[in-house]
Design a binder for this molecule. Structure first.
Ligand SMILES: [Zn+2]
Length: 292
């Protein structure tokens, strides 16, 4: 395919992924379920998700952390990816979630069954994980096909809380707006003496079910304030390697390809978390204007 045509196609598919999001039936984007061979991102942090939905494994001698479970139909694939890297499922000691939508939390119940690990989320996500149903204050509440299998053991972490799992320490940051429980997770990964700040920054897209207004929701009146807090948070975080639940939202696979082509510095996203937050702020401003 000619380069220009390919660029347009990529752009179109990115737009489609962004715009359709969870508002369409999940299988609408074939990348979301397309298999992806697992690989090392940096140090003890591995990509174990599908082509279009991120799941991460952070390993240690004393237990691993799994971040996000993709769609329900992705769970087996994620488990197989963990094993393909040489790790055991029963060594996963905690499952964390970015936000409680079907495309990132749908596979968690099955992964919990396979690993025996408890789930840790912020309070607004807890009921969603436990019931598999969106709560009325979720901007996408009422979307058809949004339910997913409920998880069993779900513990609550608070904003800025540290979570120690094995020899890793991760910190949770409230970055809500896309959902009321949206959470960004950060940790350090090292290769030799070189340690990097990894940031799994949650989705910040103002996507909603039809009747929802970010400017005037009785169910979620804090939506705009939450978004602004999330932007400021991300702008302030130490952020060497940005990773996002939808990899294309931060050009992740392009960066990995460049890195693998012998340019290790490209693992760091240009502008990093700041650029990600600023782009999201602009998108929200557009959405707010359209609601008037
Ligand atoms: Zn979502």
């Amino acid at each position: 395919m000619e380069n220009k045509a390919r660029t347009v196609l990529l752009l179109l598919s990115a737009l489609f992924a962004g715009a359709a999001g969870a508002a369409a039936p999940p299988a609408a984007n074939p990348d979301w379920t397309a298999p992806q061979a697992p690989f090392k991102i940096y140090g003890n942090t591995y990509y174990v998700g599908s082509k279009g939905l991120t799941s991460l494994l952070i390993t240690s001698e004393f237990g691993h952390v799994l971040l996000d479970g993709g769609l329900p139909e992705n769970a087996r694939q994620i488990a197989a990816n963990i094993q393909a890297l040489g790790f055991k499922l029963n060594e996963v000691k905690a499952i964390l979630n970015s936000h409680a939508h079907r495309d990132h939390a749908g596979g968690i119940a099955e992964l919990q069954r396979l690993t025996g690990a408890p789930v840790y989320v912020r309070r607004p996500s807890e009921a969603v994980l436990r019931t598999g149903k969106l709560v009325a204050n979720d901007p996408q509440f009422g979307t058809k096909g949004a339910d997913f299998p409920p998880a069993q053991t779900v513990w609550i972490v608070s904003d800025e809380q540290w979570l120690g799992v094995g020899s890793n320490r991760l910190q949770a940051f409230a970055t809500a707006g896309h959902t009321p429980g949206g959470t960004t997770w950060t940790w350090e990964a090292c290769e030799g003496t070189k340690c990097l700040h990894l940031v799994y920054a949650d989705s910040l897209s103002p996507v909603s079910a039809k009747p929802f207004k970010f400017t005037a929701s009785k169910a979620y009146p804090e939506a705009l304030a939450d978004f602004e807090q999330a932007f400021q948070r991300l702008e302030a975080l130490p952020c060497d390697v940005l990773i996002t639940p939808h990899p294309e939202a931060s050009g992740f696979f392009e960066r990995i390809a460049q890195r693998d082509a012998g340019k290790p510095e490209t693992l760091k996203a240009e502008g990093g978390c700041k650029a990600y937050a600023q782009a999201a702020r602009a998108k929200l401003a557009e959405r707010v204007a359209s609601e008037k």
